[in-house]
Design a protein around this ligand. Structure first.
Ligand SMILES: Nc1ncnc2c1ncn2[C@@H]1O[C@H](COP(=O)(O)OP(=O)(O)OP(=O)(O)O)[C@@H](O)[C@H]1O
Length: 756
């Protein structure tokens, strides 16, 4: 056996040991789950609740143990004393507590990602282990201590290599789902992943630098290191679109973390669905931070002294509602600093009390309490009084408030004097129009100021008291039973009973608009408007954020083109840190450089990037003379690329990106060209794929944000630019489109009078 094969053989034994332990833990958990389930519904309610909690804990644990199957072990660290430490997806130890595998997030695993020949502590060698299913297929060593005897050994064994594991991953065909990068996290990425949670952290990086990957691994790392806090409060991941969230949704589970909630801005309010998008200019206006005062003004406009006030006759006595009394009641209510709907209770109480006093003052005797309470009831039931109270302090639903704002231009203009008449007109829409994505943060603002409607508040109070009872019950159960068996701690059981484990927390957070998350990860953060940020900050009072984005890729007119300006406003100058990623892992060097040059020439602020790979013929240009020619050429190029990159096993992705108005003709032409080149069967198979999982995706630039493909056909960039609302946005959109491919970019350009 060659030395390399004997090394493979040795590593196989270690890998088998780790999988053996994983299997044993699965069997153990499975049998505990079975025995809990076998007990069925017998026993006292206490025993049943306890059993249910154990069952769901074992189910969660089993799901976690299953999720880490793929590439369970991927690394090894050797120190100068000859000690070896295997690095993997989770931590494992033997029954006698000997370490088998170190969790990649543990401090002891840090050198696997960060050690360099100039700074390696007592680690002398780092080994990358590649697996196919459970079989070791290759090993690669990086010797960190050049003076160590292992240099020679590694060279002799043929395992001395540099970036093989990384390059192999980067060149692999895309599947439409992002995978974790746990085996190949690079040092600059690792430092960000492991950085402190206290501050808001902004990660700026050009396309393909791994911002999304880093943000997700950081979420997993924070959950590991701050489990007790974050599991209860939850982690929220905010992404730009449902397609994007689907693209990343396997990453955290593959790292053993299933309890993270992911949402777009549009679906952050439980039970509210935005059905439309505003035009870019309207979205910008709605995202303007000054809209917060507009909403506050709209609420405030319903707290006023009505022009006409009633005088009612109670038991023959005229009782007036005076302006001065209403004014006093308004002051009393506002002084409570409660939300509008809640503070209304104080307003009503105050004005009725004053009217009752006015009644009593007009008598020539001191009334009994019976008489006064009758008067109060009569006042409360009086139609004119009720009407005046509503005019003075109207209870409101937030949807109504927004509808009212957009359907009454004069009202809007009064509340937002900074809007020009044409802007007011652009914002105006008839009552009954569908809610838009840009309405959501404004609706959230209104919800915050208005508070829940009183009936909903009463329901919540009832639920809270029930939860308190259950908590006590759980504590009693634990005290009586002295639980703890290695797999499940008493803390976990208590949390589970109270719905505080990570999955339950995520579920409850999803249903509760006022949930305070322990940490929020924001991807494509450059797209968020001031109003979006206000909504997110309300959801994380501790301001613990990981914010990743690229100010050169901003499409939204109201988005960010300078982190400094936006972040200083949100967190204060000392409240946030900036880190930068500089290596492009996605694009071939030729594509990365071309895109960078283009972006710079258009005046975008691009990060300096270094791409790690070169791919021959990574850029191809096709010139055509008219629109039809562009569509046809793009379709041919896409069909040709599909032949090279698309496999029947579902791997391989090609995107055809064009202007919005060309998407439909492009779809038809691509379908036809692919049928002609690959045959009816292949074309039918592709046509049957779910819309979000298409192997050949035809879309506009926005539809590819954050995603990547093996090949990209960029169709008629000039036409894409013509559609954009501003020159800078056009440049960003084209820059985004150019930087999607991992293998090849084809640009179809239209030039009058030129043929291809
Ligand atoms: N250390 C790494 N090891 C392996 N693959 C990596 C690594 N870092 C990044 N990648 C891969 O590079 C690609 C780009 O990463 P990612 O999508 O996170 O970049 P991004 O900075 O968010 O890009 P964009 O700005 O275009 O959204 C992904 O396929 C990712 O898995």
């Amino acid at each position: 056996m060659s030395t390399y094969s004997s090394q493979l053989h040795d590593e196989q034994r270690s890998v088998d040991r780790a999988y053996g332990r994983l299997d044993a833990l699965r069997t153990q958990t499975r049998s505990r789950l079975d025995s809990v389930r076998a007990a069925g519904s017998h026993g006292s309610p206490t025993q049943r609740t306890e059993r249910d909690s154990f069952a769901s804990l074992y189910e969660d644990r089993l799901a976690q143990l299953r999720a880490v199957e793929d590439r369970l072990v991927f690394g090894r660290l050797d120190d100068k004393d000859g000690q070896r430490r295997y690095i993997g997806r989770i931590g494992l130890s033997s029954e006698s507590h000997d370490p088998i595998l170190t969790d990649w997030r543990a401090e002891a695993a840090r050198p696997f990602y960060e050690a360099t020949p100039s700074s390696h502590g007592d680690i002398v060698l780092r080994r990358h282990i590649s697996l196919s299913f459970r079989t070791v297929t290759s090993i690669e060593d990086e010797v960190l201590d050049l003076n160590s005897p292992e240099v020679g050994q590694a060279a002799n064994q043929g395992t001395l290599a540099g970036e093989g594991a990384l390059l192999a991953t980067l060149s692999s065909r895309r599947t439409g789902r992002m995978t974790d990068i746990v085996a190949t996290i690079q040092a600059e990425q690792d430092r960000i992943i492991r950085s402190d949670m206290a501050h808001a952290l902004v990660v700026q990086g050009g396309p393909g630098t791994g911002k999304t990957a880093v943000a997700l691994h950081r979420a997993a790392y924070l959950l590991y290191t701050h489990r007790s806090t974050l599991e209860r409060s939850g982690v929220l991941v905010v992404g730009p679109s449902p397609d994007f969230l689907r693209y990343i949704d396997q990453v955290l589970p593959s790292l053993g973390e299933t309890g993270v909630l992911s949402r777009t801005i549009a679906d952050l309010i439980p039970g509210v669905v935005a059905q439309a998008n505003d035009r870019p200019e309207v979205a910008r206006l709605k995202g303007d931070g000054r809209m917060a005062s507009v909403i506050a003004g709209a609420v405030r406009s319903r707290e006023r002294v009505p022009a006409e006030l009633p005088t009612v006759r109670i038991e023959g006595i005229a009782v007036p509602m005076l302006a001065v009394d209403v004014q006093q009641a308004l002051t009393d209510a506002r002084r409570t600093r409660q939300s509008h709907n809640k503070a209304r209770e104080t307003f009503v109480k105050s004005i009725l009390q004053t009217m009752e006093n006015r009644y009593a003052q007009s008598l020539d005797y001191t009334p009994e309490s019976d008489e006064l309470s009758r008067v109060r009831s009569l006042l409360r039931l009086s139609d004119p009084v009720r009407k005046a109270i509503n005019l003075a302090w109207l209870p409101m639903r937030p949807e109504w408030l927004l509808e009212n704002l957009w359907s009454r231009p004069a009202f809007l203009a009064r509340l937002a004097p900074w809007l020009s008449p044409s802007q007011v007109e652009a914002l105006t829409r008839p009552k009954g129009s569908p809610l838009t994505v840009s309405d959501i943060p404004l609706l959230d603002e209104a919800m915050e100021l208005l508070g829940p409607d009183p009936r909903q508040a009463a329901r919540q109070a009832a639920e809270a008291s029930q939860q308190a009872e259950e908590q006590q019950f759980a504590k009693d159960t634990l005290a009586q039973n002295g639980i703890g068996n290695g797999l499940v701690t008493s803390r976990m059981l208590l949390d589970n009973i109270n719905g505080l484990d990570s999955q339950a927390a995520a579920q409850r957070a999803a249903e509760d608009r006022q949930w305070a998350f322990g940490h929020i990860v924001v991807d494509e953060a450059q797209e968020l408007t001031s109003m979006d940020w206000r909504m997110l900050i309300r959801r994380c009072p501790s301001r613990s954020f990981t914010i990743v984005g690229d100010v050169a890729q901003t499409s939204a007119l109201g988005g960010t083109r300078s982190w400094e300006r936006t972040m200083n406003q949100l967190f204060g100058e000392d409240g946030w840190d900036l880190s930068e990623l500089t290596i492009d892992y996605r694009n071939p060097r030729e594509v990365s450089e071309l895109a960078g040059e283009y972006a710079r020439s258009e005046g975008l602020r691009v990060s300096t990037l270094k791409a790690v790979r070169t791919v021959p013929d990574a850029v191809r240009r096709i010139t055509v003379t008219d629109d039809n020619g562009a569509v046809e050429a793009a379709a041919q190029a896409a069909a040709e690329m599909a032949g090279r990159f698309i496999a029947e096993d579902g791997t391989g992705r090609v995107a055809v990106i064009g202007s919005q108005d060309q998407v439909a003709p492009l779809k038809a032409a691509v379908g036809k060209a692919y049928r002609a080149s690959a045959g009816g069967e292949a074309a039918d198979r592709l046509a049957a794929e779910d819309s979000w999982d298409r192997q050949i995706l035809v879309t506009d630039t926005r539809g590819t944000k954050g995603l990547e493909f093996d090949g990209v056909v960029l169709t008629d960039p000039e036409r894409i630019a013509d559609e954009a609302p501003s020159r800078l946005t056009a440049a960003s959109d084209i820059y985004v489109a150019m930087t999607r491919p991992t293998q090849q970019l084809v640009i179809v350009e239209r030039k009058e009078g030129e043929e291809r």
